[in-house]
Design a binder for this molecule. Structure first.
Ligand SMILES: [Zn+2]
Ligand SMILES: [Zn+2]
Ligand SMILES: [Zn+2]
Length: 138
């Protein structure tokens, strides 16, 4: 909420962005940086990295989505996620949430493909197909 903005009593509508930010590795420790663009602090080594990706910003500005309330197709026009957009037809506020990024990995035992949300660091994963536990590092 920015200063001077009037608070109105309408439910916030949400849509999920279709455009994923790039997965960027920390230049210091090579671990995965938190997703998104802008200034990010590496959760593994505390390095502060300015993550910029012009192509993603451009796609975000041009991203089209349908208003969840009236189905009008809107152009986002904002070069960051989450973004707040007002529908030009029903004037509801819509929050365009960042896309939930999933990375495909393969189980080392049975080669079953698994889709995981990337998170910085290592963690243990149990394969739902063969029940094998293995370690994943992003
Ligand atoms: Zn780092
Ligand atoms: Zn609308
Ligand atoms: Zn498996």
């Amino acid at each position: 909420m920015t200063e001077g903005e009037v608070e109105v009593d309408i439910a916030l509508l949400e849509v999920e962005s279709e455009i994923s930010p790039p997965l960027i590795n920390c230049p210091n420790c090579n671990g995965l940086l938190p997703l998104g663009l802008g200034t990010k602090t590496c959760t593994l080594c505390d390095a502060v990295v300015n993550v910029e990706h012009e192509a993603t910003r451009k796609e975000w500005v041009e991203e089209r989505f349908a208003c969840p309330n009236c189905s009008k197709v809107l152009v986002c026009g904002v070069e960051e996620r989450p973004a707040k957009v007002a529908c030009s037809s029903c004037s509801n506020q819509i929050v365009v949430k960042p896309k939930v990024v999933k990375v495909e990995i393969t189980c080392p035992s049975c080669e079953r493909r698994l889709r995981l949300k990337p998170r910085p660091g290592s963690r243990q994963v149990n394969c739902p197909a063969c029940d094998d536990a293995f370690k994943v590092t992003f």
